[in-house]
Design a protein around this ligand. Structure first.
Ligand code: 13P
Length: 244
C-alpha cells in the first residue's frame, strides 16, 4: 500500500502526518506500507518512520549519479537520504514533464543500480480507452519501459496500473476494469519473463482509491495493492485504506 503525496506538504507537515499515522497502522502486518513525499521531505519522513514498518520513497529520480543537471536528484542521493523506494513514470511526469517509455527504462535501471525499489507506473488516457486502445497502450508502455530489464532486474520492481482518467477525478476504475488491465499487463510479463515472474510480480492499482472503495478493488485477486494520491494525505484516511 503506497501513498504518493505529489506536490503536497512541507517538512513540518510531514512529521505531523506520521505522528498521527504510525499508531493507526502499528498492527498492520499484511502488507508493506510506503509513503512517497516530495523529495525535500524525505529526511523528515525517514526520521519519523525510524523503527517502524513504514517505508519512504521518492517520486522521481534522474538516471545519472551526479553532474551538471540543475534541479535533478539521483538514485544514490535518495538512497543516502534513507529512502528505499521510488515512483517512476507517473502519468503526471509523462504528461507535464516529457517522460517517455525510454526514459522510464533509464530511470528504472538507475534506481535498481542505486539499490532502490522502483514502482513503475503505466496507464492509458481517457481518449485511448474510448478508442479501444487500452491494451495497445499498456503493451507499448510495458515493451518500451520494462521489457528491456533483465529478469533479475524485473524481479525487483513493482508495477502500478493508473488509468489517467481515474487520477484525481473521483472516477475509479471498477474492480473488474482494473483487474482486466492487470491481466493484460501480467500477460505481457508472462510472455517476456515467464509464468513464475508473472505470478509473483506485484501490480498496484491507482486512481481515486478511497477508504470506501479499496475493499472492492482489493477483492480482485489480480490487484495486489494500491497507489494512493489524495487519500494518502490525511493520516486516518490512508490508515483505513491500509487496514482495508
Ligand atoms: P488519486 O488517488 O488522487 O486519484 O491519485 C492517484 C495517483 O496518481 C497516485 O499515484
Amino acid at each position: 500500500m503506497a501513498g504518493n503525496w505529489k506536490m503536497f506538504k512541507n517538512p513540518a507537515e510531514t512529521s505531523a502526518f506520521f505522528e498521527k499515522f504510525l499508531p493507526q497502522v502499528a498492527s498492520a502486518t499484511h502488507c508493506e506500507i510506503v509513503l512517497c513525499p516530495p523529495a525535500i521531505n524525505i529526511p523528515a519522513a525517514v526520521a519519523a518512520t525510524a523503527g517502524s514498518r513504514v517505508g519512504v520513497g521518492a517520486q522521481n529520480l534522474y538516471w545519472k549519479n551526479e553532474g551538471a543537471f540543475t534541479g535533478e536528484i539521483s538514485g544514490p542521493m535518495i538512497k543516502a537520504a534513507g529512502a528505499e523506494w521510488v515512483i517512476i513514470g507517473h502519468s503526471e511526469r509523462r504528461q507535464f514533464f516529457g517522460e517517455t517509455d525510454a526514459t522510464v527504462l533509464e530511470r528504472t535501471k538507475a534506481a535498481l543500480a542505486a539499490g532502490l525499489k522502483p514502482i513503475v507506473c503505466v496507464g492509458e488516457m481517457l481518449a485511448e480507452r474510448e478508442a479501444g486502445e487500452t491494451e495497445a497502450v499498456l503493451t507499448q508502455q510495458f515493451d518500451g519501459g520494462l521489457a528491456g530489464l533483465t529478469p533479475e532486474q524485473f524481479a525487483q520492481i513493482v508495477i502500478a496500473y493508473e488509468p489517467v482518467w481515474a487520477i484525481g477525478t473521483g472516477k475509479t476504475a471498477t474492480p473488474e476494469m482494473a483487474a482486466d488491465a492487470h491481466r493484460i499487463i501480467r500477460a505481457r510479463v508472462e510472455a517476456k519473463f515467464g509464468g513464475n515472474t508473472a505470478a509473483s510480480v506485484r501490480i498496484l492499482y491507482g486512481g481515486s482509491v478511497k477508504p470506501d472503495n479499496v475493499k472492492g478493488l482489493m477483492a480482485q485477486p489480480e490487484i495486489d495493492g494500491a497507489l494512493v494520491g489524495g487519500a494518502s494525505l490525511e493520516p486516518s484516511s490512508f490508515a483505513s485504506i491500509v487496514n482495508f
